[in-house]
Design a protein around this ligand. Structure first.
Ligand code: PEP
Ligand code: MG
Length: 915
C-alpha cells in the first residue's frame, strides 16, 4: 500500500499507530496545530472538518526537488472529498461552494513564521454561488479580494503595498475612514484591480481553478519551511531544521457574516501574570487575521458574554475542557459564524516567566498536574527572570517629577529595559551587535521579519498591537521586556522620530521602558534587581527542595551577600574568598607592608591589624549563617596582585624623576625624593615577586606554606570569631579550605600548622568549635590522588574554574577574549568549558576524585564552588557524580535549587514537559 501522506482530522488513531502510539510522534507527523485539531475533533469539540498533509510529505517535497511525493496529491483530493461530505458543500461548486484555508503547522509553534492562505476555492463562478448562498455580496467580494491578495503575497511573492494602495484609493474615492464603509461594489472593484496587480507582478492570470489554488498553496506552505524568517526563527528558538511543516487544509468558517459573527484569540489564563482568568481579544464581524494584525481595535474577549452570550458560555466550557485535557494553559483561536462557535486552534500558550511559575503552581494545587510536573515545567531560565532588573524607585519617581514620563501601554513582557531608540530591526541589530549600544527597538507594530532586531534589542516598544500581537508573543518567548499598544505614541518613520504630545524623541535618544508596568520614559532610568518574593515561586522552589538530592550553597564573601543567599534558600557558604577582603582601602596598606617588609615587628603589626578586620568579617558571616556550614578559603592569589603593577610603578618613577629636575622648591624636592625612594622599594618587591606564570606559581597552598604567618593569622581570626559567636549563642560550623593542593604532603603540613593554631585559640577561649578541614580540588593531580589527599581532608570542593584551566591548559583570564570564542563558534569545542563542565574530560577527573576520595573516607563531603556551580547543565553532572552540594553566587541560588530538582526528577524518569 502506498505511504499515507494525508490524515483527516478524525483519523488520529491511524496517525498515532503509524508513529507507534506516542503523542510527540503524532505532533512530529501532523505538526502541533494538526495534532491538536485532530485531538479536539476526537474529544468532540466543534472543529471545522479538514485534514493534515504530513511533515514527511513536506520533507519529501523539499528533498525531491520541489515535487509532491507519489500519491500525495491524490490522497489530498480524496481527503477533500471526505471534507465535502462532512460539510455538505462542494469544492469549486457554483451553487454551494466549499472554501478552505491552507495553513502551515510545524511540530513546535513558530508564530507567523510560515504561510497561510484563506478562502481557497473562490473564483468568478463560486463567488456567485456564495453570494446566492449567503445573500451578502459585500461579504463575498471582500473574501475574494482577500484570497487574491493573500495568494498573491504568500504564494507568488507579490508585495503588499500595491494591494493596500488600491484599498486606500477606494476609501478616498468614497470619503471613507475605514474599510467597513466600503460597499459590495467597492470590494468587487478592488478585486478586479487586485487581479491586474497579480497579472502585472506574476506574468500570469490569477488561477481560477480551485484545485490549482490548493495545489499552489500547499507547495507555498512546504516552501515556507525554508524561508529566511522561518530559518532565523528556528535558529533563535533552537528548533531543528529537519522537522518540516505539515499543511492543514480546513473548511473555512466566517466571523465576518454580520453582527452575530465574531472571531478571536484567547489564552485560558493570563499569559503575563498567570492569573486564572481567560484573557484575549476579539472582534465582531471580522476575519481572524484582523485580530492578529492589530488594524482594528479589538475588544476584551470577556465582553462576548454580553454580545454573544451563548457562544461565550460554550467557549468558557471548552476552555475548561481543554485545560483538563491538555493539563496546560491553552492559547486558542475561535470563530463564531452566525452564532455557532468553532474552534480553529489550540496549543500550549506561551507565557512570561511569572505566568509559567504561577500557572504551574496553581495547576498542581488544582490537582491538574503533580508537583513534580509543576517543578519540571519551569525552566531555570524562567526563574532567572525573577531576578531581572526593575526601575529603581527613586529614579522612577524623579523621572515622573521631571516630566519624563512619556506614555503607558500594555505590559506584555516583564522587566525594565533602557536603551537608545532604533526604529527598524536592521538598525537595532547593527547598533547592538556592531556598536555595542543598548537599544530599544521601536516600531508601530512588529512582523516576523523584525525578529533579528528584537533579539538584539534590550526591549521592545510598539504603538499598536495587543497582548496577543506578534511583538508580545515573541518578546515573552525570549524574555525581552516589552510594552506594546502605546496609542499615544506617534511614530514618524519618515523623519525617524516619535512624538507624544509635544515631546519629541529622535532616533538614537535614550528611552526606558518597563514591561512589568507598561510605562515608557524619556532618558535613562536606573535599574535594580528585585527580591524574589513571588509567593508562587517560593512555593515551587519549596517543592523543588523536596525532590532534589544536591544541597545548594552559596559563594559569599560578606555578611550581606550571605544574608541574601540564605533568603534565596542557600543552606551553607561553599566559598568565602578571604583575599577579597584584603583589597579594601583600609586593609590594603597593611597587606602591602606585610608583603614588602622583612622587619618582624612591622610584619607582626600588619598581621595584627589584618587579624582584627578578618575576625569581624568572619563573625559577620557566622551570624548570617547561624546553624549552617561556612567554608572559608585561605588566601589564594599570587601576592603581586596586592601590589601596584610593575608598568605603573615604572612610569610613576620616571615621571617623578623628570619632575625632580624641574622642581621649584625644597619642599617639592623633598617630597619627590621620598616618593622616588618609596617607588623604588615597591618596585624591588614587585620584581622579586615577578613570575612568568603567576597562576601556576606561588599561590594557593604554596603561598600558605611559604608564608605561614598569613594563613595562621586567618585561622586565628576564624577561630576567635567562631568562639566569640558561639559564646553569644550562634551555632557556628566553620570549614577551613586550602586552595590549589596538588600533593598530599602540602595538605598534611598545612593541616598540622593550622590545627595547632585552632586548638590554641579554642583552649584560650575555652570553647569547642565543630569544624572541618578540607581542600579544593583544582589541579588534575589532586583529583587523581584523591585517595591520599582524603586522608587529611574531611571535605573536597571542586574549584572548577582552576580545574578547567589546569585540565585544558587554557588560561581562564585570557582565553575568553581570544581564541576560545572562535573555537566554540567554529565547533572545535562543543561549548565554552568555563561555562559548562566538560562532561567528557573534566567530569571524568571529578568522578575519579569523588570515588577515590570516598574510598579513603566514605563520609567525605564533596561540593563544587567554581562558576559552574550555578550552571544548570553542570548541576546535572554534579548530581550524577553524587556531589553533596553545589555552591554558586547568591543570585543563582534559586536557579540552582530548581536545576538540582530537575536533575533528580529526570533521573527518576519524571520527565513532565518543559514549556
Ligand atoms: C575555582 O578555581 O573554581 C575557584 C572557585 O577558585 P577561584 O575562582 O577563586 O580561583
Ligand atoms: Mg581557584
Amino acid at each position: 500500500m502506498a505511504k499515507k501522506w494525508v490524515y483527516l482530522f478524525d483519523q488520529l488513531d491511524e496517525a498515532r499507530s503509524y508513529v507507534g502510539g506516542d503523542w510527540e510522534g503524532v505532533r512530529g507527523l501532523l505538526g502541533g496545530k494538526g495534532a491538536n485539531l485532530a485531538e479536539m475533533t476526537r474529544i468532540g469539540l466543534p472543529v471545522p472538518p479538514g485534514f493534515s498533509v504530513t511533515t514527511e510529505a513536506c520533507n519529501a517535497y523539499l528533498a525531491e526537488g520541489m515535487k509532491f511525493p507519489g500519491e500525495m496529491w491524490e490522497q489530498e483530493l480524496a481527503a477533500l472529498a471526505e471534507v465535502e461530505k462532512k460539510s455538505g458543500k462542494k469544492f469549486g461548486d457554483s451553487k454551494n461552494p466549499l472554501l478552505v484555508s491552507c495553513r502551515s503547522g510545524a511540530k513546535f509553534s513558530m508564530p507567523g513564521m510560515m504561510d497561510t492562505v484563506l478562502n481557497i476555492g473562490l473564483n468568478e463562478e463560486t463567488v456567485n454561488g456564495m453570494i446566492e448562498a449567503t445573500g451578502d455580496p459585500r461579504f463575498v467580494y471582500d473574501l475574494y479580494r482577500r484570497l487574491i491578495q493573500m495568494f498573491g503575497s504568500v504564494v507568488m511573492g507579490v508585495p503588499d503595498e500595491p494591494f493596500e494602495e488600491v484599498i486606500a484609493e477606494f476609501r478616498d474615492a468614497r470619503g471613507a475612514k475605514s474599510d467597513t464603509e466600503l460597499t459590495a461594489d467597492d470590494w468587487k472593484g478592488v478585486g478586479e484591480r487586485f487581479k491586474e496587480i497579480f497579472r502585472r507582478y506574476c506574468g500570469i492570470d490569477f488561477p481560477s481553478d480551485p484545485y490549482e489554488q490548493l495545489r499552489l498553496a500547499t507547495e507555498a506552505v512546504f516552501k515556507s519551511w525554508n524561508g529566511k524568517r522561518a530559518i532565523d526563527y528556528r535558529n533563535a528558538a533552537k528548533i531543528p531544521h529537519d522537522l518540516g511543516t505539515a499543511v492543514n487544509i480546513q473548511t473555512m468558517v466566517f466571523g465576518n457574516m454580520g453582527q452575530n459573527s465574531a472571531t478571536g484569540v484567547s489564552m485560558t489564563r493570563n499569559a503575563t501574570t498567570g492569573e486564572k482568568k481567560i484573557e484575549g481579544d476579539y472582534l465582531m464581524n471580522a476575519q481572524g487575521e484582523d485580530v492578529v494584525a492589530g488594524i482594528r481595535a479589538t475588544l476584551p474577549v470577556e465582553q462576548m458574554a454580553e454580545t454573544l452570550p451563548n457562544a461565550w458560555n460554550q467557549f468558557v466550557d471548552i476552555t475548561r475542557t481543554l485545560e483538563q485535557h491538555y493539563r496546560n494553559m491553552q492559547d486558542v483561536e475561535f470563530t463564531v459564524e452566525r452564532g455557532t462557535l468553532w474552534m480553529l486552534q489550540t496549543r500550549d500558550g506561551k507565557r512570561t516567566a511569572q505566568a509559567a511559575v504561577r500557572i504551574a503552581a496553581d495547576m498542581a494545587e488544582e490537582g491538574l498536574i503533580s508537583r513534580e510536573e509543576a517543578v519540571m515545567r519551569v525552566t531555570p531560565e524562567q526563574v532567572d527572570f525573577f531576578l531581572h532588573p526593575q526601575f529603581n524607585v527613586s529614579s522612577r519617581k524623579a523621572a515622573i517629577e521631571e516630566g519624563r514620563s512619556l506614555a503607558a501601554g500594555l505590559n506584555v513582557s516583564p522587566g525594565a529595559a533602557v536603551g537608545v531608540a532604533a526604529f527598524d530591526a536592521d538598525l537595532a541589530e547593527s547598533w547592538a551587535k556592531k556598536d555595542g549600544k543598548k537599544v530599544i527597538m521601536v516600531r508601530p507594530e512588529t512582523k516576523p521579519d523584525d525578529v533579528h532586531g528584537m533579539l538584539a534589542a534590550e526591549g521592545i516598544l510598539t504603538s499598536r498591537g495587543g497582548r496577543t500581537s506578534h511583538a508580545a508573543l515573541v518578546a515573552r518567548q525570549f524574555g525581552k521586556p516589552a510594552v506594546v499598544g502605546v496609542a499615544a505614541l506617534n511614530i514618524d518613520m519618515g523623519q525617524r522620530l516619535m512624538k507624544v504630545g509635544d515631546k519629541v524623541i529622535n532616533e538614537g535618544d535614550w528611552i526606558s521602558i518597563d514591561g512589568t508596568t507598561g510605562e515608557v520614559f524619556m532618558g535613562q532610568l536606573d535599574t535594580v534587581v528585585p527580591d524574589i518574593s513571588d509567593p508562587w515561586l517560593m512555593k515551587l522552589l519549596l517543592w523543588a527542595d523536596e525532590f532534589r538530592r544536591l544541597d545548594v550553597w552559596a559563594n559569599a564573601d560578606y555578611p550581606h551577600d550571605a544574608k541574601r543567599a540564605r533568603a534565596y534558600g542557600a543552606r551553607g557558604i561553599g566559598l568565602c574568598r578571604t583575599e577579597h577582603m584584603f583589597f579594601q582601602a583600609e586593609r590594603l596598606p597593611h597587606v602591602q607592608r606585610l608583603i614588602m617588609s622583612n622587619d618582624p615587628a612591622v610584619m607582626r603589626e600588619s598581621l595584627d591589624a589584618l587579624l582584627h578586620f578578618q575576625r569581624e568579617d568572619f563573625a559577620g558571616l557566622f551570624r548570617a549563617m547561624d546553624g549552617l556550614p561556612v567554608i572559608i578559603r585561605l588566601i589564594d592569589p599570587p601576592l603581586h596582585e596586592f601590589l601596584p603593577s610593575f608598568e605603573n610603578l615604572l612610569s610613576e618613577l620616571a615621571d617623578s624623576k623628570v619632575r625632580l629636575q624641574h622642581a621649584a622648591s625644597l619642599k617639592e624636592i623633598d617630597d619627590l625624593l621620598k616618593k622616588i625612594e618609596e617607588n623604588e622599594r615597591i618596585l624591588k618587591s614587585v620584581e622579586a615577586l615577578h613570575e612568568a606564570n603567576p597562576m601556576l606559581g606561588l599561590r594557593g597552598v604554596r603561598l600558605g606554606i611559604t608564608m605561614p604567618e598569613l594563613t595562621q593569622m586567618q585561622v586565628r581570626a576564624i577561630f576567635e570569631a567562631a568562639c566569640q559567636c558561639a559564646k553569644q549563642g550562634v551555632d557556628v560550623h566553620p570549614e577551613i579550605m586550602i586552595p590549589l593542593t596538588c600533593h598530599v604532603n602540602e595538605l598534611k603540613k598545612q593541616r598540622e600548622a593550622l590545627e595547632t593554631v585552632a586548638k590554641e585559640v579554642m583552649a584560650q577561649e575555652r570553647e569547642t568549635i565543630d569544624y572541618k578541614f578540607g581542600t579544593m580540588i583544582e589541579v588534575p593531580r589532586a583529583a587523581l590522588t584523591a585517595d591520599e589527599i582524603a586522608e587529611y581532608a574531611e571535605f573536597f570542593s571542586f574549584g572548577t574554574n582552576d580545574l578547567t584551566q589546569t585540565t585544558f591548559g587554557i588560561s581562564r583570564d585570557d582565553a575568553e577574549k581570544g581564541f576560545l570564542i572562535n573555537y566554540v563558534q567554529n565547533g572545535i569545542l562543543p561549548e565554552n568549558p568555563f561555562v559548562s563542565i566538560d562532561d567528557k574530560g573534566l567530569a571524568k577527573l571529578m568522578q575519579t576524585g569523588v570515588e577515590l576520595g570516598r574510598t579513603t573516607r566514605p563520609t567525605l563531603e564533596v561540593g563544587i564552588c567554581g562558576e559552574h556551580g550555578g550552571d544548570p547543565k553542570s548541576i546535572a553532572i554534579c548530581h550524577r557524580l553524587g556531589l553533596n552540594y553545589v555552591s554558586c553566587s547568591p543570585f543563582r541560588v534559586p536557579i540552582a535549587r530548581l536545576a538540582a530538582a530537575h536533575a533528580a526528577l529526570k533521573e527518576r524518569g519524571a520527565g513532565g514537559h518543559e514549556d
